[in-house]
Design a protein around this ligand. Structure first.
Ligand SMILES: Cc1cc2nc3c(=O)[nH]c(=O)nc-3n(C[C@H](O)[C@H](O)[C@H](O)COP(=O)(O)O)c2cc1C
Length: 292
């Protein structure tokens, strides 16, 4: 009798042990991303998993295919220009006043703009902070009338389908105040089109890859600086996100698969009859929460 009871306990124990091992095996394999065993403990770890997956999604690479983003970097004294409090307030207000005047423009003049201005604007965008200083952006600047025509053709064809079929009533309804549709003359009228590509990773000539961390956030910050530099230089832009046009534009402009089109900005002077929607911006107390 006793023997019989012990036998049942033994089988039950063995069953629990095997089930536990099996669950552990399944869980640890699920959280293993190409040799990196990441325990899904919090949001940061989830972010890292998403980043690693994002970077590696285009191929089944071994860890050996990747190299560190930066080598050894020596540190130097920070150059810091300390301002008085009054000066800081003045400058903060001045900068706000400057940016408050920026508007998205959808009607451009064909008046030409010096390439030197555009190059310096792009240099400003390139000063943005980026995850592990990976600088995951490529700015393609198009002034060729022929390529602008091709870009317009690709975008208008796709946007017609977007407006008629993909976006739906709510989305197209929300866009009504902006009087937009799939006809986009600004794509050929503006002297420059700047296409901001997000680099998911970079590739060296020897095939080795560098991981680009938080490329989405880094690119967005860089484009923010670009937009404010365009405005500061006395020009206008339109922040646009041509839906479903990324692959065709990437291929037209000869960009690699590791780059994804994020934002396209026509840049130039506004058309003399240019109108903009009379929008109001949220006041400070609606965009800021303070804990003192
Ligand atoms: C991510 C993003 C995508 C946008 N996409 C478009 C677009 O495809 N077409 C367009 O006409 N405007 C687009 N806009 C411009 C917004 O409509 C515009 O910024 C908003 O109406 C506020 O106007 P303001 O920029 O003049 O302050 C986009 C803006 C952002 C930030």
């Amino acid at each position: 009798m006793l023997n019989k009871i012990h036998w049942h306990y033994f089988v039950a124990g063995l069953f629990v042990y095997i089930a536990g091992k099996l669950l552990y095996f399944l869980y640890s394999n699920k959280t293993k991303v190409k040799g990196r065993n990441l325990v899904c403990a919090d949001e940061t770890t989830m972010d890292i998993r998403a980043e690693v997956k994002d970077v590696q999604e285009d191929g089944d690479d071994a860890e050996d295919d990747w190299i560190p983003s930066l080598g050894d970097v020596k540190h130097k004294q920070l150059e810091f220009n300390s301002l008085s409090e009054e000066e800081m307030v003045v400058r903060a207000k001045e900068y706000y006043k400057l940016l408050e005047g920026r508007r998205t423009v959808r009607s451009f003049s064909s008046r030409s703009v010096s390439k030197e201005v555009i190059r310096n604007i792009i240099k400003s965008a390139g000063t943005a902070p980026s995850g592990a200083h990976t600088e995951p952006w490529t700015y393609v600047v198009v002034s060729s009338a022929e390529i602008k025509e091709q870009i317009r053709y690709i975008i208008e064809e796709e946007e017609e389908i977007n407006y008629k079929k993909r976006m739906g009533k709510v989305w197209t309804g929300d866009l009504k105040p902006f009087r937009t549709n799939w006809i986009k003359p600004y794509l050929t009228e503006a002297p420059y089109l700047i296409l901001a590509f997000k680099q998911t990773h970079s590739l060296r000539a020897d095939g080795k890859k560098k991981m680009h961390y938080y490329s989405e956030q880094s690119l967005c910050i860089s484009v923010g600086l670009l937009i404010s530099a365009i405005h500061y230089a006395g020009l206008v832009s339109l922040t646009s996100t041509p839906l479903n046009c990324g692959p065709a534009l990437r291929s037209l402009l000869g960009r690699p698969m590791s780059e994804k089109l994020a934002i396209l900005l026509p840049v130039g002077y506004p058309h003399e009859d240019c109108e903009v929607p009379d929008l109001k911006r949220k006041p400070l107390d609606e965009i800021m929460v303070e804990f003192d």
